[in-house]
Design a protein around this ligand. Structure first.
Ligand code: G3P
Length: 230
């Protein structure tokens, strides 16, 4: 399963990319506004230089002609751009044209299996079902992921990857993985939660204490930790 980070915060992206576990980045207009960056194009360029995997950059327009021009412009920023378009008739039309030209496209704001079928037929690289927002209105986000995965598996000619979005907790990530979703795009705080367990902290503290009692060290004299090596 691939992990994308769902943020437009450059410091967060740099920090998480350093873990070696980041496969891509997704942004959206709300995340760009939250980041406070005043130049979207420069921001996307910077993100593409940090992460080699797909970086989703979303069009701002909603009409076909402008979305198409924006999509073409964004696609030229870097090789790893995935143009993000909304799941509307015009958005899917843009998706088809760009996908046919070899550009990666992420179709966003997917809330039904029917919409996901359309995205696959339009040749999307990724479809982004928003699980948290469905949970918010009393529906089951994970049921939607199960439905889409089942449908896509039945049609091997559908090459679209299921990119689980609007992830709110580690359980969303685990359940998405159990269902075989290809990608989860995860907010930075939730990625950090994935690493933690109180028994890991407790166990490590015990190991550190017990090791100190042995009076031993692993590194011979003169061998320094990586950061302090000349
Ligand atoms: O990438 C878009 C999606 O992840 C938004 O999440 O939390 O605003 O519903 P959220």
């Amino acid at each position: 399963m691939k992990f994308f980070v769902d943020t437009a915060d450059l410091n967060e992206i740099k920090d998480l990319a350093a873990t070696g576990l980041l496969d891509g980045v997704t942004t959206n207009p709300s995340l760009v506004a939250k980041s406070g960056h005043s130049n979207f194009i420069d921001l996307i360029k910077d993100i593409c230089a940090i992460v080699s995997g797909p970086v989703s950059a979303e069009v701002a327009a909603t009409d076909f002609d402008t979305m198409m021009a924006e999509g073409l412009y964004l696609s030229k920023i870097a090789k790893n751009i995935a143009v993000k378009v909304p799941l509307t008739p015009a958005g899917l039309k843009v998706c088809k044209v760009l996908s046919d030209q070899g550009t990666q496209v992420n179709v966003t704001l997917c809330f039904s299996a029917a919409q996901a079928i359309l995205a696959a037929k339009a040749g999307a690289t990724f479809v982004s079902p928003f699980v948290g927002r469905l949970d918010d209105i009393g529906e089951s986000g994970m049921q939607l992921i199960a439905d889409i995965c089942e449908i896509y598996r039945a049609y091997p000619n559908f090459k679209t990857e299921v990119l689980v979005a609007s992830v709110r907790s580690p359980m969303h990530v685990v359940e998405a993985a159990q269902l075989g979703a290809h990608v989860a795009t995860i907010p930075p705080n939730v990625i950090r939660q994935l690493f933690t367990h109180p028994l890991t902290d407790k166990g490590l503290a015990q190991f550190v204490t017990d090791w100190a009692k042995t009076g031993q060290k692993i590194l011979p004299d003169g061998v320094q930790p990586l950061k302090t090596r000349a």
